[in-house]
Design a protein around this ligand. Structure first.
Ligand SMILES: Cc1cc2nc3c(=O)[nH]c(=O)nc-3n(C[C@H](O)[C@H](O)[C@H](O)COP(=O)(O)OP(=O)(O)OC[C@H]3O[C@@H](n4cnc5c(N)ncnc54)[C@H](O)[C@@H]3O)c2cc1C
Length: 479
């Protein structure tokens, strides 16, 4: 039987961050993930903002974790080679009712110790962001609200964890958990039983199902869907900051912001569902995004949409971010309610869960060989002409541009396929190097990426998946 010290269920941002943090200690770490790739569920379909926590409910674990996490990202993203930018957020008050809410929002930010939030006049805000609604009366400026590449954050955590000794068992679902005398002894998976000393439930949307396996399901999770538009990089109306609406109790609201790669992101909705697999977008949801965002940015040009997507927040009932341990189950950590800020909180959650495991008896000896640095795949488009020439001389595959929209070379795609956690599907390549994320959404480069994947993996094109097992790109020959 396979065995490990700490078994983490789920390879989203949170599970992978925990895995990386645990490799700083002398323990064996195994991440079990039911999908074929790291990247999670919510972790790959969100707003990609690293929040400051200015609007969190004060004195909650979520506010502590988000506020603590934000400053970590300067070093973390350098270490893991993840694109990140502190572009700042703007919260404009457009009508009198919103204007009257500003003092309370600022006070809340101060309660959360986000002291750099500034009150600015409408005039100042319009100078900073000319496309804001001209009726903006005043607003808050939140300088450390930031944007990140969420795909590469997860891949960065995971690859660095792996380089430091963690193992990843992908395409493997946890189906049961064995307990004996108040302790978990083994985890049942679709790849057999794995014995372990500690278990961490970081299964996101499905954390309640894992909790039920050990009788700790005193809560449920329902998906709260968020739908988005992604606009072309050349859209006629752009913003340079994260433009946030005045938040409500249910949601942070629908925003507009640049992505780290220069597109405009508009959304999300907040729709409570019961189906954990419903990742559809629909006209009604997108219409509500359009209507709300036009209050903030009247000239937003949604005709420049290149794609739409949705993500599911794991909404906990009763609400709240929890990291639970149990007196009658000594070697189990249950995470739940990692809902709207979990991408941000992943950095601090990694440390928080490591500390929790130490309290549960995990050995505290540090790993003297831990290396925090992970080098990502070269981003050819960001190199100078001379550097590009040098790359092509060393490896001619960098001279063949496969994705014209994003200028992604064959060299980068091949590097992704042979990276420490290899990209084995179209989506896995897309998330690592952006081939297919541009204006044509893979219409042009898709068949070429497929061919490269098949060649490098030594399989036929018919065997290449879009993402999970069986999601074949090619069904067969027509003639
Ligand atoms: C619309 C939207 C917008 C958001 N915007 C932001 C934002 O701007 N900033 C921010 O900080 N946060 C944001 N979030 C929240 C953030 O995305 C999530 O909180 C975070 O990604 C949760 O990460 P996770 O690792 O806990 O879960 P996930 O990413 O869902 O990962 C859980 C993993 O567990 C695996 N799993 C489940 N069950 C099993 C099983 N039985 N066996 C094996 N594996 C299993 C799943 O396959 C999945 O890969 C947003 C979320 C949404 C949906």
């Amino acid at each position: 039987m396979r065995n490990t010290d700490v078994l983490i269920i789920g390879a989203g941002a949170v599970g992978c961050s925990i895995a990386r943090e645990l490799t700083k200690y002398q323990v064996r770490v195994l991440v079990v993930e039911k999908k074929e790739d790291v990247g999670g569920d919510a972790s790959k379909a969100n707003s990609a903002i690293i929040h400051t926590g200015y609007d969190a409910s004060p004195d909650t674990l979520e506010s502590q974790l988000v506020v603590a996490a934000n400053p970590m990202y300067d070093k973390l993203t350098k270490d893991l080679d993840v694109p990140f930018s502190r572009i700042g957020g703007i919260l404009p008050a457009i009508n009198q009712e919103q204007y009257e809410k500003l003092p309370a929002l600022k006070e809340k930010a101060f309660k959360n110790r986000v002291y750099d939030v500034e009150y600015l006049s409408g005039k100042e805000l319009l100078k900073m962001e000319p496309n804001l609604n001209p009726e903006t009366k005043a607003g808050l400026y939140i300088p450390r609200e930031s944007i990140i590449d969420p795909f590469l954050l997860v891949v960065g955590y995971a690859e660095n964890a792996q380089q430091n000794g963690a193992d990843f068992l992908l395409g493997t679902e946890v189906t049961g958990i064995h307990k004996e005398q108040g302790k978990i002894t083994a985890v049942e998976t679709t790849a057999g039983e794995i014995s372990c000393k500690w278990v961490v439930n970081a299964a996101g949307l499905h954390c309640d199902e894992i909790a039920a396996m050990v009788g700790k399901n005193d809560y449920t999770v329902n998906p709260r869907k968020g739908q988005f538009y992604v606009l072309d990089k050349n859209t006629s109306c752009k913003v340079e900051h994260i433009i946030l609406p005045i938040p409500t109790k249910v949601t942070k609201g629908k925003l507009m912001c640049p992505t780290i790669h220069g597109n405009m992101l508009v959304g999300p909705t907040a729709e409570d569902l019961s189906d954990k697999e419903d990742r559809s977008t629909d006209a009604a949801g997108l219409k509500s995004v359009a209507e709300d965002v036009r209050h903030l940015i009247p000239n937003v040009n949604l005709r420049d949409t290149i794609t739409q997507y949705s993500g599911l927040r794991p909404n906990r009932n009763p609400e709240g971010l929890h990291v639970d341990t149990y007196d009658d189950l000594k070697n189990y950590v249950n995470l739940s309610g990692v809902r709207s800020t979990g991408l941000t909180a992943s950095a601090s959650l990694g440390k928080y869960v490591a500390q929790t495991l130490l309290k549960l008896g995990m050995p505290a000896e540090m790993n003297p060989d831990f290396n925090p640095v992970r080098k990502g795949i070269v981003r050819f488009r960001e190199l100078t002409r001379e550097q590009q020439d040098q790359m092509i001389q060393k490896n001619p595959l960098y001279g063949r541009v496969i994705c014209r929209c994003e200028t992604i070379t064959e060299g980068e795609i091949v590097a992704a396929i042979h990276s420490p956690i290899p990209a084995r599907s179209m989506d896995a390549v897309k998330r690592r190097v952006r081939a297919g994320l541009g204006r044509c959404q893979g219409g042009f480069c898709g068949p070429r990426v497929l061919e490269i994947l098949a060649r490098e993996m030594g399989v036929s094109a018919e065997e290449i998946n879009k993402n999970d097992k069986g999601s074949y790109m090619i069904a067969g020959k027509v003639r």
